[in-house]
Ligand binder design. Structure first.
Ligand code: SF4
Length: 375
């Protein structure tokens, strides 16, 4: 328990909200009371229609919201919840089970971290999601934003919640900004976030800011003429759209690796638990059974599969890999001894040599592997 003197001292140093802050709080809470977006993770109510946050559902929604649109989550969350109706059931999920259930949500490693988080909750907290910020932060896959969101939305406790969207809205309200890319300094934003939310209403407040950020104060084209905060916002009606430099991401043959990875996982999702998919089938499916198999494609595919294996999303049949590695050594020896040359592949880059080399690649790389979702 904190000494009374310290509490009294803290009360004295907490500044009272200014008239502008009071007006802002009133506008935001009024607007939210009338226009809050309806989401299933906000809907739980008891028989007296009192809102009861369900921490498990809030946890699922917050992890899903990290990189997926709300409309997609509205659609997928009920399905996922039916498959894993409790944190205990989720904690027992195999990699393959959870990756299958995560279909359509993208970034499969998030699903594995969510399962690991459920496991830790069951093992360390007897299946009860903690309401303490530091304890939440100690769970796998839970960062500062998700921990604070859970404290506010699942347990209705006082805490400042700041993500990229909330920071954008706060920045524009507080500072006269010129372009849509400008934000206030992080330290100023944190101080404002701590001070501005009405104590006892952290959940409604932060959900309201998120709704306003999604409906009006969007990243590229803020709709100031429609925004409920235009009368109190420092940047209202004056933001120029910033020229955005598109983030570079690794691509192969014109498509982001992220899309290729998604396709591979999608193909493997269709398998029964005991089935394996051959590397050759996968190659042919990805490249439409092209006759022109290339070393570059095979090497690239092998790298992607190795990464998926390292992330525990895909399992590669090790026996076949060992066999492949032995075959590779044998084949190298055969190439050195001229065995392939004797099959008509004696000149550099001749079609015959290419065929022999491709046959060698087939034996020694992706073609030798068997795959499935990690169990
Ligand atoms: S008035 Fe414009 S800039 Fe200000 S919060 Fe609303 S949408 Fe954002």
């Amino acid at each position: 328990m904190k000494p009374i003197a310290k509490i009294a001292q803290k009360k004295e140093t907490t500044p009272a909200p200014s008239a502008w802050e009071k007006k802002l709080q009133g506008l935001i809470l009024d607007w939210y009371g009338k226009h809050a977006r309806e989401f299933i993770w906000r809907e739980y109510a008891d028989s007296h229609n009192h809102f009861i946050p369900q921490p498990y559902l809030v946890l699922l929604s917050e992890v899903m919201l990290q990189q997926t649109q709300t409309s997609r989550i509205q659609e997928k969350l009920p399905e996922f919840y039916r498959t894993f109706p409790s944190i205990e059931r989720l904690s027992e999920a195999t990699n393959a089970e959870i990756i299958k259930a995560w279909e359509g949500l993208g970034y499969n490693s998030r699903a594995l971290r969510l399962r690991d988080c459920a496991k830790a909750v069951v093992e360390r907290f007897s299946g009860i999601i903690p309401s303490d910020y530091e304890e939440l932060l100690s769970l796998p896959g839970i960062g500062p934003y998700t921990a604070s969101a859970l404290v506010a939305f699942a347990f209705h406790k006082d805490i400042a919640v700041v993500d990229v969207n909330i920071r954008r809205v706060y920045s524009r309200i507080c500072s006269v900004l010129e372009t849509t890319a400008d934000t206030m300094p992080e330290a100023d934003c944190t101080a404002f976030a701590e001070r501005i939310y009405p104590k006892g209403k952290a959940s409604a407040w932060h959900q309201a800011i998120m709704d306003i950020g999604a409906l009006f104060c969007t990243a590229r084209a803020p709709k100031c003429p429609l925004c409920p905060l235009q009368s109190v916002c420092a940047s209202s009606h004056q933001l120029r759209e910033a020229v955005r430099i598109k983030k570079q991401e690794p691509t192969f043959e014109g498509k982001p690796n992220r899309i290729w990875r998604g396709r591979i996982v999608q193909i493997l999702r269709g398998l029964e638990a005991s089935e394996w998919y051959s590397g050759e089938q996968l190659y042919n499916q990805l490249f439409s059974a092209s006759l022109f198999s290339t070393t570059a494609r095979e090497q690239w595919l092998l790298e992607i599969l190795t990464t998926l294996e390292r992330e525990a999303i895909v399992e590669i049949n090790t026996d076949n890999r060992q066999r492949a590695s032995k075959t590779k050594k044998q084949d190298r020896a055969r190439v050195h001894s001229g065995e392939y040359a004797s099959q008509g592949a004696s000149s550099l880059n001749s079609p015959a040599q290419n065929t022999a080399q491709e046959s060698l690649q087939k034996e020694t790389s992706v073609y030798s592997l068997f795959l499935r979702l990690a169990s």
